[in-house]
Design a protein around this ligand. Structure first.
Ligand code: ATP
Ligand code: MG
Length: 425
């Protein structure tokens, strides 16, 4: 009996070559964009001590309570977790290597994150984020810069249907005052609370405002507002962020219910949302986390950052029809005959020397069957070499897309001619 085929883990996706091209294009665009704001790349391990995430994200959050892939290292018994997000690891690395010793740091990373969620469109168990963190910066110009950065990226990508929501969570003292009022309010309606909310009522009531349960929305709308408890410094900070956004004509909405799903945020929080992706409409989210560095054991330092979900961003791009077909190949080289085979291999190397992307046909077959492969290869041109052409030191160039004549060219002029035709578009 043959073995049954194995499947990928549910919620963890293969990204096949056609789609991966889009990812590469996106990653190139993002890298240029980050360079243009002076952000530098950092790469952390995918696995960290479980304690890091518990301490950073907060014990009473969706992520830590039910979404982490945690396991015991069978060799030494260490408690480990596949990273569910990048900020905690990034801050851990910055502290461990003392990166804030001389200067603040603008850093970014990208890669897979792991959360044990119910898989659905836009929600996966392995998904990918680009994370951007400014560490050691306390002033509102950085919060605003990060929001402006996002707006620039959407323009660069051609995204239209995203809107910006912002809020402020104030500082610790204001949150404490608000927390007491909120608990008192929610206690009055204890029988309207769902299971999550009841559990969080005394541990993390602010999180209840982040609930997506439709049955709770009315209750949440009537809850005491953190905005009413803010102290002056936090108000001034929030106003300064807004005034920079206005100066740059960035449109935003203040959403007092925006609290974010992680504990470490304070002051400015923001989300970029779209209504084109159903329930999974947040493509990018972040904010200030001035207390986190100290909480993880570093010297106190302010910070602000955000992360975007690559799967959601790319599906929004596709939804908006902004994705153009990307060709990975310039030339598909078709060849048949002993002399032709030898020449084609040399020719392919010469064309690559000239900067062209060339697939050399392998596996033999008739001209007809090779031309079929050329057609489906996404190449701009087929280059055909038979023994006659090889003898004459020539090759036939056939455009595969658009119109354009078939040309017989001398081997020596091929690279230049093809490059010229590609430049013309
Ligand atoms: P959500 O409210 O949708 O669960 P979140 O608040 O948990 O999102 P963050 O932790 O802020 O998300 O992560 C930042 C971004 O990463 C999100 O805005 C989203 O674009 C993306 N993201 C988060 N979780 C997933 C997931 N399971 N699958 C795909 N993308 C995700
Ligand atoms: Mg979530």
């Amino acid at each position: 009996m043959s073995n049954p085929p194995l499947q990928a883990v549910r919620g963890m996706n293969d990204i096949l070559p056609d789609e991966a091209r889009l990812w590469l294009w996106f990653e190139d665009t993002v890298r240029e964009w980050l360079d243009s704001y002076g952000y530098r790349n950092i790469r952390m391990p995918l696995v960290e001590p479980t304690a890091l995430f518990k301490r950073a994200i907060g014990e009473v959050t969706d992520i830590v309570e039910k979404e982490m892939y945690s396991f015991e290292d069978s060799l030494n018994g260490d408690q480990l977790t596949l990273r569910p997000e990048g900020t905690a690891s990034c801050v851990r690395a910055v502290i461990q290597h003392n990166l804030l010793y001389n200067a603040p740091q603008r850093l970014y990373y990208s890669g897979p994150m792991f959360r044990h969620e119910r898989p659905q469109k836009g929600r996966y168990r392995q998904f990918h984020q680009i994370g951007v963190e400014a560490l050691g910066y306390a002033d509102p110009d950085i919060d605003a810069e990060q929001i402006l950065m996002c707006a620039r990226l959407w323009r660069k990508l051609g995204l239209r249907d995203v809107t910006l929501q912002i809020n402020t969570l104030g500082d610790a003292a204001a949150r404490k005052q608000h927390r007491e009022k909120l608990i008192a309010y929610l206690e009055q309606y204890a029988d309207l609370l769902d299971e999550d909310a009841r559990r969080r009522l005394h541990t993390n009531p602010l999180r209840i405002l982040d609930s997506k349960n439709p049955a709770m929305q009315e209750l949440i709308t009537g809850a005491p507002k953190l905005m009413d408890e803010l102290h002056e410094d936090a108000i001034l900070h929030f106003e300064a962020v807004q005034s920079i956004l206005k100066q740059h004509e960035v449109v935003y909405e203040i959403n007092p219910r925006l609290v974010r799903g992680l504990d470490y945020y304070n002051r400015t929080v923001f989300e970029w949302v779209t209504d084109r992706l159903g329930a999974q409409g947040t493509i990018c989210a972040g904010g200030r986390y001035d207390g986190l560095i100290e909480q993880i054991g570093g010297k106190p330092a302010a910070a602000c950052g955000f992360a975007m979900g690559i799967e959601r961003l790319l599906s929004l791009l596709q939804e908006e029809g902004e994705v153009k077909p990307l060709s990975a190949l310039d030339v598909y080289l078709v060849h048949q005959g002993e002399l032709a085979d030898a020449m084609a291999s040399v020719l392919a190397e010469q064309l690559r020397d000239a900067g062209l992307r060339v697939a050399l046909h392998s596996g033999g077959g008739s001209f007809k069957s090779q031309m079929k492969k050329a057609d489906s290869s996404s190449a701009r041109f087929a280059l055909i070499v038979g023994d006659d052409e090889a003898q004459a030191g020539q090759a036939t160039l056939k455009p595969l897309r658009g119109d354009g004549e078939q040309l017989k060219l001398a081997q020596a002029e091929l690279a230049q001619t093809i490059n010229k035709m590609i430049k013309k578009g």
